[in-house]
Ligand binder design. Structure first.
Ligand code: NDP
Ligand code: BG6
Length: 509
């Protein structure tokens, strides 16, 4: 008889994590993301013995870099950015299989050289190694890389076998619906959808995966998870950092493209989707797409707010305003903050507003999903002396990862007084604090061929379909309707008005 305490979802979650022999090829290997996230991720997978025995790392880029120099760059990146210190033993195992190929992204001859390089690795170890291409370059060269992977035959390598070529693509996945459709067309001209792993690193965060477990491995939430009990949902993705040295990139992006359209919408989808039939990648992605399709078109006048940060103080330090940052146009109309009211038109959620906000230079770095339940009827505990809060379940995605529930309790004493009390679970206290980084999980999943935590083409398109009319309306309006907020605050007045219209208030997480 099946063990009744063992939930089928957990059985699926603990499936074997073994990857076939793999050569990870990073395009843009001299870049920022490679140093800060990708090389440390590979290193930590090695430290956890999760890399396959025949693992190879190949850097690719236009810069001429010798193998030895690339190994030194990689070791330096591990020293600076890895969650674990560099150990000679662990690094030694990867270093001897780390090489570099120099070439342009639009140079067919260079891709032929790369193909020969990979064939030599196959020969050396005497078996076929699965190539996993990680496109970590600016988006302007996504397309030439994809086309050259197709032309050189690398994209088709081992197709039809479990260790066929796979491609991870970094964000941004287009900048509107038209460009996303175009990129998807290029991808499908070269690759089959199951070979493609579009990254949204939020899906690799432990707490984001925990959202699925909390929702579907506990029976107490599902009966309440609907319009009968939930009043509103607030999703906050707030950052303390400004645009820093990324002004050039950010001017072309803004909060809506950079954070809302992708990361924040993934949080919406996982919070609101129906239970999938299984933990299979397609089952989960089908449910996410269904949910995204049920979201009503946005009214640029009433459903949204945007703003830029002004000068202000964060942690006692003065910070400049967005317009004074390096690389920002004098009269820039790029928003550093966006707030959105989403209406989901299905049986579960009709009438329950989902409020989203994301901004740079806010009061503190916090990502949370707060599910606010309906007020209890004011029959027994109403009036003075009763400090009643709405019950709120909040998933603390980062930092201080965990889950908490606000309930109303009795204050000890001879009279009856109430006070909101908080029940909390903290990852660090229960499991310790050295949890894997998102990129570790995602690189491993792609090696294994598990696309659950990646974005499918239709998912990206559906999200762009929702936001493209808004981006167009903002582009046309210029700075009209752009509010501002002091650096270090919880955002602009127009975002407060957005909630006020529905009788709600933003939480101060
Ligand atoms: P970089 O600007 O550091 O570029 C990566 C590499 O690409 C460079 O080292 C360079 O290598 C090559 N490159 C740079 N500019 C060009 C260009 N105009 N044309 C052709 N090649 C160029 O990018 P990041 O590492 O910061 O980001 C890589 C990808 O990851 C981007 O798509 C970004 O949006 C995404 N991303 C980055 C994050 C980050 O924190 N950095 C976070 C989330 C996503 P070479 O000259 O040797 O060819
Ligand atoms: C990236 C954005 O995708 O996510 C950045 O381009 C942002 O602007 C970053 O700072 C936030 O990621 P995290 O994991 O620090 O919340």
């Amino acid at each position: 008889m099946a063990d009744p305490t063992r939930h089928p979802f957990l059985e699926d979650l603990s499936k074997h994590r073994g990857a076939p022999p793999t050569a990870v090829v990073i395009f843009g290997a001299s870049g920022d993301l490679t140093a800060r996230k990708l090389i440390p991720a590979v290193y930590n997978l090695a430290a956890d013995n999760l890399l396959p025995p025949d693992f190879h790392l190949v850097g690719y880029g236009r810069k001429e870099i010798a193998d030895a120099e690339f190994r030194t760059l990689a070791a330096d990146a591990i020293k600076e950015f890895s969650r674990r210190e560099l150990s000679d033993d662990v690094w030694g195992r990867i270093a001897e299989r780390t090489t570099y190929v120099a070439g342009g992204y639009d140079d067919p001859a260079a891709f032929d050289r790369l193909a020969e390089h990979l064939a030599r690795i196959d020969e050396q170890i005497g078996r076929e190694v699965q190539p996993l291409f990680y496109i970590s370059t600016p988006p302007s060269v996504f397309e030439p890389i994809l086309l050259n992977l197709g032309r050189s035959g690398l994209a088709q390598k081992h197709l039809g076998k479990p260790h066929h070529a796979k491609v991870i693509i970094e964000k941004p996945f287009g900048r509107d619906l038209t460009s996303a459709l175009e990129l998807n067309r290029t991808i499908t001209s070269v690759l089959e959808e199951h070979q493609v792993y579009r990254i949204d690193h939020y899906l690799g965060k432990e707490t984001v995966q925990d959202l699925l477990v909390q929702r579907f491995a506990n029976s107490i939430f599902e009966p309440l998870w609907n319009r009968n009990f939930i009043d509103n949902v607030q999703i906050t993705v707030a950052e303390e950092v400004g645009v820093g040295s990324r002004g050039g990139y950010y001017e072309q992006s803004g909060a809506l493209r950079d954070m809302i359209q992708n990361h924040t919408m993934q949080l919406v989808a996982l919070t609101a989707m129906e239970p999938p039939g299984s933990l299979d990648a397609e089952a989960i992605r089908d449910e996410k797409v269904k949910l995204l399709r049920a979201i009503q078109p946005l009214d640029p006048q009433h459903d949204v707010a945007r703003a830029q940060y002004d000068a202000g103080m964060i942690a006692g330090k003065p910070e400049k305003g967005y317009l004074q940052e390096e690389g920002i146009a004098e009269a820039s109309n790029t928003e550093t903050y966006a707030a959105i009211r989403l209406s989901i038109n299905n049986w579960r959620w009709q009438g329950v507003p989902f409020y989203l906000r994301s901004g740079k230079r806010m009061a503190r770095r916090v990502t949370e999903i707060a599910v606010q339940f309906k007020r209890p009827p004011g029959t027994l505990f109403a009036g003075g002396g009763f400090d009643l809060a709405t019950n709120t379940l909040s998933f603390q995605i980062q930092p201080d990862e965990g889950l908490s529930m606000v309930l109303n309790g009795k204050v000890p004493g001879l009279e009856t007084r109430t006070q909101p009390v908080k029940m909390s679970f903290r990852y660090s206290t229960t499991f310790g604090s050295n949890t894997p980084e998102a990129y570790e999980r995602l690189v491993l999943d792609a090696m294994i061929g598990d696309g659950t935590l990646f974005i499918r083409g239709d998912e990206a398109e559906t999200s762009w379909k929702l936001y493209t009319p808004l981006l167009e309306a903002w582009a046309e309006a210029g700075r009209v309707g752009m509010d501002s907020y002091p650096a270090g605050s919880w955002g602009p007045a127009n975002a407060d008005e957005l909630l006020d219209a529905g009788g709600h208030l933003w939480r101060k997480p």
